[in-house]
Write a protein that binds this ligand. Structure first.
Ligand code: VAH
Length: 332
């Protein structure tokens, strides 16, 4: 089935969870590419940033409300739906039953609406959280032992299998990536175990010390947001017959520890200090891979990251310092 590129003939794209860390950045990126009026942002609460609200259409949508979801899909007839709404790892551990409900029933509602209402493509993010403590931690393969021990990871692993089932049984073109920890300057993360790697930059730019909730030598796979956006759109634009994995692709860019990101920041801010006070998120981090083998993504649809740790740090600090200066100018 030929799929038209959204935004060309006025085709629309719907982003569910547009207010989240990835959703906000993906909304901005897609609006630049397809035209703001063709990208509908939807979230359970009104967006904090004016751009998402003012630049293009916004709909209040709780993805657990099937009738409201049907209403929005029938109104805009999107060619693509990006379903990003979920509870992340640390939050879901504190609220496991709702975490399961939102991550699973939300996905079912979107998959069913796509099949019933003729949505051409669905994107759904998975995570390295699908791996568990007995998964090989170094260069974790695409196919390996998968015994996640967080509700978030269990829901993402189950979701991957459901996406593959909807592809096999209904022919739905649903695509997915196992994101590593994502780091960006445009939006604050919410409830992730990897979020220390965002918080640390904000503290450094504010001239404050940072107390890290993971041990200094905790290696985790990470990715700068521009690379995550590039991978997502490369995957969604790839020809359908090049997508050989319909559960979810391993995706990697770099791995680092809190000690290494601190040293990277200190290249610019030598006075910056970090202390370590591991909390419950340490156990989650210890159950995840240290590095990812994403050979299949590179082979099937040409994945290639652009950012390493120091290049990300240079860009993050540049933009965060600009944000601080702009905020100060407005305050004057
Ligand atoms: C989390 N940022 O920490 C997410 C991500 C690999 C981690 O899925 O829960």
């Amino acid at each position: 089935m030929a799929t038209s590129t959204p935004g060309t003939s006025g085709d629309t794209v719907l982003i569910i969870g547009a207010g989240g860390q990835l959703g906000l950045e993906l909304t901005h990126e897609l609006r630049q590419r397809y035209g703001a009026s063709n990208v509908v942002a939807a979230d359970v609460r009104a967006p904090k940033d004016a751009e998402t609200h003012e630049a293009g259409p916004f709909e209040l949508l709780d993805v657990l409300d099937k009738n409201r979801l049907t209403e929005v899909v029938q109104q805009y007839k999107p060619k693509q739906v990006y379903h990003l709404a979920a509870l992340l790892s640390a939050t879901a551990e504190k609220n496991p039953k709702f975490g399961w409900q939102l991550n699973m029933d939300g996905l079912f509602n979107v998959l069913d609406a796509a099949v019933d209402l003729g949505v051409q493509q669905v994107y759904w993010p998975s995570s390295i959280a699908v791996f568990g403590p007995d998964t090989p931690r170094e260069n974790t393969p695409q196919l390996t032992i998968m015994n996640p021990n967080t509700i978030y990871g269990i829901s993402k692993l189950a979701g991957e299998q459901w996406c593959e089932w909807y592809f096999r049984k209904h022919g739905l073109d649903v695509r997915s990536l196992r994101y590593p920890g994502l780091i960006g300057y445009k939006s604050l993360p919410g409830g992730g175990t990897t979020d220390y790697a965002v918080d640390i930059y904000h503290k450094a730019v504010a001239g404050q010390p940072y107390e890290c909730f993971l041990k200094e030598d905790t290696y985790l796979p990470m990715m700068y947001m521009p690379d995550a956006l590039k991978a997502t759109l490369d995957l969604m634009h790839a020809p359908a017959d090049s997508i050989k994995i319909r559960s979810s692709y391993n995706l990697g860019a770099m791995s680092f520890s809190p000690k290494e990101i601190t040293a990277s920041i200190q290249r610019h801010l030598p006075e910056f200090e970090v202390t370590y006070k591991p909390d419950s998120r340490q156990q989650i981090a210890d159950s995840w891979p240290a590095s990812i083998d994403d050979t299949r993504a590179r082979q099937d649809w040409g994945w290639q990251p652009d950012f390493d740790l120091d290049k990300m740090t240079d860009d993050m600090l540049l933009h965060l310092k600009q944000q601080v200066a702009e905020t100060a100018a407005v305050a004057r």
